[in-house]
Design a binder for this molecule. Structure first.
Ligand code: THU
Length: 140
């Protein structure tokens, strides 16, 4: 799915990302992140970062949202919103970009909003990870 997202939909998705960020478990970084993914089925799947005392076991909000959706039977997506950072929006880490590329079209919009007031970065999965490695590379 690409491009054709109404202002109402992106605003609702960003609001859902803010709600998800409230559930973040991030006692180590104190950097809450919320993600809200609109499925092609019309459902908003959300996720937050969940950290662990063994740091490497932590999971990012974006991957939590995607895995939540896939586990619920949705593998096609329309748009993603993130809420992270106080006055500068956080953007997806490299690992999350690769997982987004697995399930989302290159043209899928990604909205990166701050937790407080600040700019919203509007980008796409393809801009975040150009020439992504994936099924089209012939991986078996
Ligand atoms: N984090 C995310 O949830 N998403 C990202 O794309 C970047 C980083 C989380 C991981 C960790 O809990 C905290 O932000 C600081 O890195």
């Amino acid at each position: 799915m690409n491009g054709l997202i109404s202002k109402e939909t992106s605003t609702a998705l960003i609001a859902a990302a803010h709600m998800a960020a409230k559930e973040a478990y991030c006692p180590y970084s104190n950097y809450p992140v919320g993600a809200a993914l609109l499925g092609l089925d019309g459902v908003i799947y959300s996720g937050c970062n969940v950290e662990n005392a063994s740091y490497g076991l932590s999971i990012c909000a974006e991957r939590a949202a995607i895995f939540n959706a896939v586990g619920a039977g949705c593998q096609q997506f329309v748009a993603l919103a993130l809420a992270a950072g106080q006055d500068q929006p956080g953007t997806p880490c490299g690992a999350c970009r690769q997982v987004l590329a697995e399930f989302c079209d290159q043209e899928m919009p990604v909205y990166c909003a701050c937790l407080q007031r600040g700019p919203v970065i509007t980008t796409t999965v393809g801009e975040l990870l150009p020439l992504a490695f994936g099924l089209r590379n012939g991986v078996q």
